[in-house]
Design a protein around this ligand. Structure first.
Ligand SMILES: Nc1nc2c(ncn2[C@@H]2O[C@H](COP(=O)(O)OP(=O)(O)O)[C@@H](O)[C@H]2O)c(=O)[nH]1
Ligand SMILES: [Mg+2]
Length: 694
């Protein structure tokens, strides 16, 4: 129906830390396979998968991109993913819909914290993996140093199946250890190579590595091991088949090398993807739930099964509209049909379905099981949704959304653009669910939250480019709170008895501090009707309103117990309004008498950094009034757990980047409120008052 047999589809994500060469490698694969006639460059903004204006401007991927090519009768669906941690959600969504991942590691700088992160994501998805050691042409590239790094910090079962020929400026090809042949590249950036015998000086190393490879493959399979122990070696066919099973089972990860920029070692990579990676039919059947009963369901990767697909990405174009990218798990999606969105519980009209190669859309009659595709102009569907056959509904499991780590207050530069901004933000969120928008009930600011400052800046840039909106970004205000240390008794009296109908309300309240985090408690101890029962809620209402704006600096008052114990009333002049005012007056006065103080939010922060940065990061946290609670080693990284006031880490994403050279990462979440130290309180209050005055 869709033209490709499922066993001949390979869905592959290209993952790595930023700058390892994913986009360049994707470009070289597309070029070598003849899908594009010109080999583009990231520097020139001419690659297929960095087509977005933001990417061309920044010379880095900010969004994953689909592309496909044909290679020896197979269809390779490639997803070039962004490497920066701020876009990890996008990368995770892509990893969910592929069957294998090419992990690119720079032959110069080796494994980075971000490599470990994407590696862990690929592993969690149960993906077959292959490591491509890139940039072998660059100065200081060293295959064996990086291999050791990979084995130690990323994957103990990483096993070379190639050996570089030459190094750095003299890097010219690779030795295929499976066939023991040398592939020598001549022309610059043509992808073409000639096959021949390896030079004698490389043979000992090649033989040693091949023996290790054969042993590793044998080790991964009892039947092969028996044979190997008996005969001492494996045939080429056994080796190849055993290697494929080991790769699919995650028991062995082949290591290749090359130069994406010079298009060296890309041909063999394409071959190996078809030969070693699983087809969609080789994966375990996809599971989901029945949206009506919650019962567990499965769908086989077959075109005659009921249709199901998972949306892994949404692109919003102000002119072309919304593009929804998905993987079909079962059945097929035809143009001009209708499907059911089981996440939203609504039907969607399907117009033209297309295949994507970067920004180019190629219309097709249908997208079949196991394949990746896209459709434009769906109304309700967002990333993470399941599309399925209405009569056979299923909901597949989406990738979760991480909690944001940085927040900025945003406002349109032009007054009156608020509504336009809000609808623009809504569209952006359809593309990128890791962007979050909320209005802070306390500071009244619109808060844009995301995974890093650059993440938010890119969002703001997009609002400008796509919707013509000029947006201002500010560090958000810290939501301080106020509380009291002391106990006090205070009267609030509201009396106006000159002319006409008078007003009279009078109450006595007692204020006492409550433990941190308790909030507020109101106790009515009025006896003998000194305040008539119907006015008591009014007194409390006045107190609650006054509590929203404390007397110290105008921030909400928390953790107080208020006891109403006395008062008086007037038979004619008393009213609810008068008692409400009396309650409010009493509370405001009382707070000032009861030794008021300022509370600030304290965050729990977990910082992941490489060993060598740890001292600097801990020192910096200490200077930020942080309290380090523990350090835990995890692979090559250390995780530092600390508590630190929010006011000190509003721009932590930027500071950590500076301290660690972008090798760190962190998560932050609210922990509790604690008192602002007395020596800082006056300064904070003065600043707050100044800000309020503006
Ligand atoms: N010398 C050399 N540079 C490379 C190679 N592959 C990529 N680069 C360069 O490394 C930079 C980052 O490449 P890019 O493909 O954008 O990396 P990505 O962030 O992983 O997508 C660019 O300047 C590329 O030209 C390579 O094999 N050799
Ligand atoms: Mg890229």
């Amino acid at each position: 129906m869709s033209g490709v047999e499922i066993s001949r589809i390979r869905n592959v994500a290209i993952v790595a830390h930023g700058g390892a060469g994913k986009t360049t490698l994707t470009e070289a694969m597309l070029f070598d396979a003849g899908a594009v006639s010109r080999l583009g460059k990231v520097e020139d903004g001419t690659t297929v998968t960095d087509f977005d204006e933001d990417e061309i401007k920044r010379k880095m991927s900010v969004s994953s991109a689909f592309a496909f090519c044909e290679w020896k009768g197979y269809k390779l669906n490639l997803i070039d993913t962004p490497g920066a941690s701020i876009f990890l959600t996008d990368t995770r969504n892509c990893l969910r819909v592929v069957d294998g991942a090419v992990v690119v590691v720079s032959g110069v700088s080796g494994v980075k914290v971000q490599t470990e992160k994407v590696w862990a994501c690929a592993e969690a998805e149960g993906l077959a993996r292959l490591i491509y050691v890139n940039k072998m042409d660059q100065e200081q590239a060293d295959f064996f140093r990086v291999l050791e790094d990979i084995r130690k910090n990323l994957c103990p079962v990483a096993t070379p199946i190639q050996l570089p020929i030459g190094a750095q400026a003299s890097f010219m090809g690779v030795i295929d250890l499976l066939r023991m042949k040398a592939l020598i590249y001549q022309g610059e950036r043509t992808g073409k190579c000639s096959e021949g015998e390896m030079s004698p000086d490389l043979r000992p190393k090649a033989e040693q590595l091949r023996a290790a490879l054969v042993e590793a493959v044998a080790d991964s399979d009892d039947r092969l091991l028996e044979k190997y122990l008996e005969i001492g070696t494996l045939s080429y066919e056994e080796l190849k088949a055993g290697l494929r099973r080991a790769v699919i089972g995650g028991k062995l990860v082949p290591v290749l090398c090359g130069s994406a920029l010079k298009d060296v070692g890309v041909y063999p990579l394409l071959d190996l993807l078809t030969e070693l990676f699983p087809s969609p039919a080789d994966r375990e059947v996809v599971t989901g739930v029945d949206p009506r009963s919650g019962e567990r369901l499965t769908r086989e990767s077959r075109e005659d099964a009921p249709f199901s697909a998972l949306v892994c990405k949404t692109l919003v174009d102000p002119y072309a509209g919304k593009i929804t990218l998905f993987r079909v798990y079962s059945g097929a999606l035809s143009s001009d049909s209708s499907v059911y969105n089981s996440t939203k519980g609504c039907k969607e009209r399907i117009g033209q379905v297309v295949l994507l190669r970067g920004k180019h859309q190629m219309p097709v009659p249908a997208i079949g099981a196991g394949d990746l595709g896209a459709v434009v102009k769906l109304k309700e569907t967002a990333t993470g949704d399941t599309l399925c056959d209405e009569r056979n509904p299923i909901r597949l499991e989406p990738v979760g959304i991480p909690s944001p780590i940085i927040e900025y207050a945003i406002m349109p530069k032009t007054r009156g653009d608020e509504e336009k901004m809000s609808s623009g933000l809504h569209r952006l969120r359809e593309e990128d669910p890791s962007l979050q928008v909320r209005r802070d009930s306390q500071t009244k600011e619109i808060i844009l939250a995301g995974m890093g400052k650059a993440h938010l800046e890119i969002a703001v840039d997009r609002l400008k480019r796509k919707f013509g909106l000029e947006i201002q970004m500010k560090t958000p205000r810290v939501p301080y709170k106020e509380t009291i240390h002391g106990r006090t008794e205070v009267q609030g009296k509201h009396k106006k008895q000159t002319g006409g109908h008078g007003q009279y309300g009078d109450c006595w309240i007692r204020l006492e501090p409550l433990p941190r985090g308790t909030g507020y408690e109101f106790v009515n101890q009025i006896v003998g009707g000194v305040i008539p029962r119907q006015y008591i809620p009014a007194v409390e209402k006045g107190i609650v309103e006054a509590m929203e704006e404390g007397s110290l600096a105008g921030y909400p008052v928390v953790d107080v117990k208020v006891t109403l114990y006395d008062g008086s009333y007037h038979t004619v002049d008393s009213s609810e309004m008068a008692f409400k005012i009396a309650g409010s007056l009493a509370f405001k006065k009382g707070v000032l008498q009861a030794n008021p103080t300022l509370l600030e939010p304290i965050m729990t922060i977990e910082v992941m950094v490489p060993d060598e940065c740890m001292g600097d990061v801990i020192g910096d946290l200490n200077s930020k009034r942080g309290r380090v609670m523990g350090v835990e080693a995890k692979g090559k990284a250390q995780t530092i757990k600390a508590q630190v006031p929010l006011a000190e880490v509003l721009e932590y994403a930027i500071q950590l980047k500076a301290i660690t050279g972008d090798r760190g990462d962190y998560t932050v979440e609210f922990s509790h409120y604690d008192e602002v130290p007395p020596h800082l309180r006056e300064r904070v209050i003065a600043e707050l008052k100044k800000a309020k005055g503006e």
